[in-house]
Design a protein around this ligand. Sequence first.
Ligand code: ADP
Length: 310
Amino acid sequence: FSLRLTDRIGKKLGEGTYAIVYLGHFRDDPSSCVAIKKIKVNAEYKDGLTMDAIREVKYLQELSHRNVIALHDVFSSKDQNLNLVLEFLPGGDLEMLIKDGDIHYGVGDVKAWMGMLARGVWFCHENFVLHRDIKPNNLLIAADGEVKLADFGLARSFADPYLNMTHQVITRWYRPPELLFGAKQYSGAVDVWSMGMVFAELLLRVPLLAGMSDLDQISKICEAFGTPTEENWPGVTQLANYVADKAVPVQGRDFFLRQFPTAGPVGADLLMSMCVLDPRKRATALQVLQHKWWTTEPRPTKNEDLPRKS
Ligand code: ADP
């Protein structure tokens, strides 16, 4: 692998929950940049993390799409860490834009960002890859404004969970009800739910359902969208962690329009289709892309006109 990289690993770009990210360069093109993500591997995998684990991650190398971060290479270093050589994305992430009060954006910008996200998710699903951890902080931005899906959960599953617990990022807020209820089998619908939560957050500029615990998350979902029952979701009561909160009726169009007036009726309809409790009735990524919101005014903002991190 390292034939393509310079021996010199560059400056530290940042540090996350379970990894440190460095700048790197291709040897044959020193002006090019890559991000080298060093993942501290869980002791459990220390011996086993050779070919099998790496093969799984390597599969991601074959996913090539404008809206999915490119994984150039994977290698395990002498210190037994897992190293991912990733596309360099210097534009920050969607969470930074949402939280930066100095940045003003409108529904055309939200439409552009959501379109890029939906195309990335659709492409992954077409290739039988689920992301499983979609949240604003995992949606990185390229120099040209393009949004890219990053941080696939697969690599994280090797990470040491006891490392840096205090920095644990709360991904619960974007988790769909089927995962909270402990479903063993799940589908691309998990990513569509998370995409819906990102859509809502882009519009509101605060997380829509910020649960304090998994139970609280379920209760917030029920309050917002309605309580899952056998009637609206056949089989749900059989799931391992099913709990019936107070019976709230399933919310209709008016609710979404009232909560998200800036999305307009067509946008509210799209958001509603992503927030359906029963994963089998939730929109698929393809249905999301085929929705008429994308061609309704205002049109998505062009990349060069999108707001950027300051
Ligand atoms: P987290 O998801 O907790 O922010 P990461 O380990 O994914 O942590 O990344 C840590 C930091 O490294 C990020 O906040 C970002 O500043 C930087 N970073 C990560 N990936 C890239 C990349 N592909 N290109 C440029 N910078 C990156």
